[in-house]
Write a protein that binds this ligand. Structure first.
Ligand code: ADP
Length: 540
């Protein structure tokens, strides 16, 4: 009696130990090793095995743990594993065991095998063997083993759930990591717990630095007034009822680049609404933003620029047709002249706009022919010489025998006209405007130089962008849309050429562009007829 009680106590003790092991560690093999060792001991066995069905749902059993049996003998148990202890007759199992014993010389004389099931699903089988022939397993032994079988089944199911969760997490991490969008995960205190590669590239923050920091510090999205929206208007804190809150604004990344970003959150909340964390999807939408701003600039410029000539025309027309006035011939002529000039200006601007939209649609047709450059330059210069006052002097540095160029005559005339028109517009004190060219290899390099206000170095690239105008006093005084140079560059590039500027503030600018020379000229010996002045001496 005492012995039995002692036995029960030990059994309880062991089961407790095992359930502690199950909760303490999720490593399946070590829990199974413990289960089989204790089960063998409790049943006074000599050896034992735990075999499990694979997770893929196959019917095959594979040994995971053993007690009193070396790993090398595991394969010998194959025929036993092939029989299900549920379906096969006990005698059949015993027979197979004896064959294994005979083949391997292992002391296997008695056996008890119990299925491991978890929620009615077969998980595996636990086997305990005895070496003694005369001591058979009793119903009591079966009950004891059942308790261990249950524990083993729980351990297997826990470990598999855990492994599944780990795998799922790894899969999710891989998806997040490879996402082209920036992805970060925030905890309940808005601190970053996960930060993917795209986030690193976007923000310039290394993952190790970003993780653990408040999201507002790393993103720091600002509105156009420079207010940190993450601090004052965090959508996760301010708008808890919104399912997918978004924040948009400027941020300076660690390389000093200004980015316009959009961060979209998927918050997780407890059933009572407490914030548990969020996944943030961050995208760089600087390009779209700039495009949008360009559109706005475009509309304001168009409305302003087109309205000016229209109101001048309307003003003059109204004045001239007043019936109470008796205008002199001269006044009438001057008035009509203004109307004509403004109408021309309007037509030119509309033409420019049409060209821009054609360029953007990618459909500018070039009518390529060979023609002499000096004639074109002369035509343009004569046009301007007639319009400008004596403050300006035009100089043509182009020999009559300059090799013919290959291009669209009308478009190149537009290019030269734009450049000379800018030279005049941005030279408030007048001065010499020089047009020249030299032939180099297969190219003509053509330039227009002035002694005007010049362009600061940081603006020299930007002036070729659509609608870009340098912000200075003259900008406010001169009319312009900022499309002239954009169109000019587009035309030059459509010819396979390049355009750039050399300039010094207060001294002047020189715009240079290349055009292909007519093909048949390439073989001829074309010496540079007129070397360009030293770069950086604008207007020289
Ligand atoms: P717009 O003259 O209509 O403003 P452009 O595209 O022709 O537009 O020129 C863009 C800007 O480049 C101008 O606003 C001006 O600030 C600058 N720019 C162009 N040409 C010159 C020049 N010759 N000298 C100084 N600044 C110039």
């Amino acid at each position: 009696m005492l012995e039995l009680t002692d036995h029960r106590l030990r059994q309880r003790e062991y089961l407790l130990q095992i359930s502690r092991a199950i909760t303490a560690q999720l490593d399946l093999t070590s829990v199974l090793n413990l289960v089989i060792e204790v089960a063998v001991e409790m049943l006074a066995g000599t050896s034992g095995l735990i075999a499990l069905y694979e997770e893929d749902g196959s019917e095959e059993l594979r040994i995971y743990a053993s007690a009193g049996l070396r790993r090398e003998v595991w394969p010998a148990f194959g025929p036993l594993l092939a029989l299900s202890p549920r379906e096969a007759a006990r005698e059949a199992l015993i027979h197979v065991m004896r064959t294994i014993a005979a083949d391997t010389g292992l002391a296997l004389r008695q056996m008890i095998a119990l299925p491991l099931t978890f929620h009615d699903t077969p998980v595996g089988v636990i086997y305990v063997f005895r070496a003694a022939l005369n001591v058979a397993f009793s119903a009591d032994d079966e009950q004891v083993l059942q308790a261990f079988a249950n524990q083993a089944a729980i351990a297997v199911s826990n470990a598999r759930l855990y492994q599944g969760a780990v795998r799922e997490k790894q899969r999710l991490n891989a998806i997040i990591e490879q996402s082209a969008d920036g992805v970060m995960i925030l905890d309940s205190r808005w601190r970053i717990t996960s930060f993917n590669k795209a986030m690193e590239q976007l923000t310039g923050w290394a993952r190790e630095e970003a993780v653990g920091r408040p999201c507002a510090e790393v993103l720091g999205v600002r509105n156009s007034q420079g207010v940190n929206l993450c601090l004052v208007d965090c959508p996760l804190q301010r708008r808890p009822h919104v399912t997918n809150p978004v924040i948009e604004g400027w941020m300076t990344n660690r390389d000093g680049r200004e980015l316009y970003i959009q961060s979209r959150y998927a918050p997780q909340r407890s059933p009572n609404g407490a914030f548990l964390g969020a996944i943030a999807n961050v995208r760089d939408i600087t390009e779209q933003k700039r495009e949008e701003e360009l559109q706005n600039t475009f509309i304001s410029i168009i409305s302003h620029e087109l309205k000016t000539p229209v109101s001048i025309i309307k003003g003059y027309a109204e004045t001239l047709r007043r019936e109470d006035a008796n205008w002199s011939q001269e006044t009438l002529r001057d008035g009509f002249q203004v109307i004509e000039e403004e109408a021309d200006r309007l037509a030119n601007q509309i033409q420019d706009l049409l060209d821009v939209s054609r360029f953007l649609a990618g459909g500018l047709h070039l009518d390529m022919t060979d023609w002499p450059l000096p004639a074109l330059a002369r035509q343009v210069v004569q046009g301007f010489a007639a319009q400008t006052d004596e403050r300006f002097e035009f100089e043509l540095r182009l020999p009559e025998d300059f090799p013919p160029v290959h291009g669209d005559y009308e478009r190149i005339r537009m290019v030269l006209t734009n450049l000379v028109s800018n030279a005049v517009k941005y030279s408030p004190d007048g001065g010499t405007i020089r047009i020249g060219a030299k032939a180099e290899d297969e190219l003509a390099i053509i330039y227009v130089a002035d002694k005007g206000i010049g362009i600061p170095p940081e603006e020299q690239q930007r002036i070729f962008q659509r609608f870009y105008r340098v912000d200075n006093r003259l900008r406010r005084e001169t009319q312009g849309t900022g499309i002239g140079l954009y169109l000019t560059r587009s035309i030059v590039e459509a010819h396979g050429g390049r355009i750039w500027v050399e300039s010094q503030v207060g001294r002047g600018s020189r715009f240079l562009f290349t055009l292909p020379l007519a093909r048949r000229q390439i073989t001829a010996d074309v010496a540079p007829i007129n070397a360009l002045d030293h770069p950086g001496t604008p207007g020289g």
